[in-house]
Design a protein around this ligand. Structure first.
Ligand code: SAM
Ligand code: DTB
Ligand code: SF4
Length: 331
């Protein structure tokens, strides 16, 4: 049995080669979609999509130089920076999200890494959101092992930390930290027993080999991330990546499909970029195995389809929001 066919049947593999992944990208589109949809059905109900909502709990003024980001202090993006929010204000937003059927609340901070004092405030947010009966996710930059353990103690379910692109292309996107820094934090999160949310961005001027390299880096982690966010670049005026060649939607769908095949039990999230995407492209992403989205009128700093428009999309496609805990039990 060749490698892609084998993936349909068993446990996730962490020994994918770049050649195997490149071969998946090179498949004729109908063949790729069929394989991805088959893997999806073997592990998930294809009519259910997990729904998360994001909140930027500390916006802008970030010392890192990620070439795509509205929040880096290195670029003139016109974004107003703000301090870490109060816990009660965050809980108000979480309650409102819960009322629209959101099962996971994700809080993002524009930090290189959190200070221990700020981490205590974030832990109070996690405890408060969990008490509402929602899953929690935070993304705070690099963590030490002790910080990851502290977050686990607060009851955190997921930590988001993206590899963003291939190891080779990384230095063209970010100079203030290395790929190994990212891998170290991911290991701390994994060791602390927190579910890992890790993916990347497509459309930053990377080539086909870089897309292979990103998926290879994710799919050869010792344990696959429970959640794999695939972002289409949201172009931010003032950042170096603002003028990247526009992304072909079919190429984006291929990245979703290859993620699904190589990480069969992971929840693949159709993440940033939905505001500019047609319903038809999003439908192809769901057929390719995407089974999670962010809803709500804003991602961190950029617009996103709101709950009403997502409810209309789900009704149009016959999809329903997945209950909490869809991915938490995967090994
Ligand atoms: N500062 C933390 C960090 O970088 O890990 C957390 C917040 S950061 C904004 C979270 C992720 O959002 C990034 O790793 C990147 O993958 C994604 N992201 C940021 N800006 C984006 C953009 N303009 N388009 C698409 N994805 C973006
Ligand atoms: C992820 O992979 N994408 C989300 C979440 N994890 C934190 C963030 C997307 C940000 C898009 C640009 C913005 O709104 O600033
Ligand atoms: Fe800072 Fe995160 Fe934006 Fe990079 S992606 S500039 S680390 S907020």
């Amino acid at each position: 049995m060749n490698a892609p066919a084998r993936a349909l049947h068993d446990t996730p593999r962490s020994d994918w080669t770049r050649e195997e992944i490149a071969a998946l990208f090179a498949l004729p589109f109908p063949e790729l979609m069929f394989r991805a949809a088959s893997v999806h059905r073997a592990h998930f109900d294809p009519t259910q999509v997990q729904v998360s909502q994001l909140l930027s709990i500390k916006t802008g003024g970030c010392p890192e130089d990620c070439g795509y980001c509205s929040q880096s202090a290195k670029y003139h993006t016109g974004l107003k920076a703000s301090k870490l929010m109060d816990v009660e204000k965050v809980l108000e937003e979480a309650r409102a999200a819960k009322a629209t059927g959101v099962s996971r609340f994700c809080m993002g901070a524009a930090w290189r890494n959190p200070k221990d004092k700020d981490l205590e405030t974030v832990c109070a947010m996690v405890e408060g959101v969990k008490a509402l009966g929602m899953e929690t996710c935070v993304t705070l930059g690099m963590l030490t092992g002790a910080q990851a353990a502290r977050l686990k103690q607060s009851g955190l379910d997921y930590y988001n930390h993206n590899l963003d692109t291939s190891p080779e292309y990384y230095r063209h996107i970010i100079s203030t930290r290395t790929y190994d820094d990212r891998l170290d934090t991911l290991a701390h999160v994994r060791d602390a027993g927190i579910n890992v949310c890790c993916g990347g961005i497509v459309g930053m001027g990377e080539n086909a080999t870089d897309r292979v390299g990103l998926i290879h880096a994710l799919a050869t982690l010792p344990v696959h991330p429970e959640s794999v966010p695939i972002n289409a670049l949201v172009q931010i005026t003032g950042t170096p990546k603002a003028l990247a060649q526009p992304l072909d939607p079919i190429d984006f769908v291929r990245v979703i499909a290859v993620s699904r095949i190589t990480m069969p039990k992971s929840v693949v999230r159709l993440t940033a970029g939905r505001e500019e995407m047609s319903d038809e492209t999003q439908a192809l992403c769901f057929l390719a195995g995407a089974n999670s989205i962010f809803t709500g009128a804003k991602l961190l700093t950029t617009p996103n389809p709101g709950a009403d428009s997502d409810q209309a999309l789900f009704a149009r496609l016959g999809l329903s929001p997945a209950p909490t805990g869809m991915a938490a039990d995967h090994a």
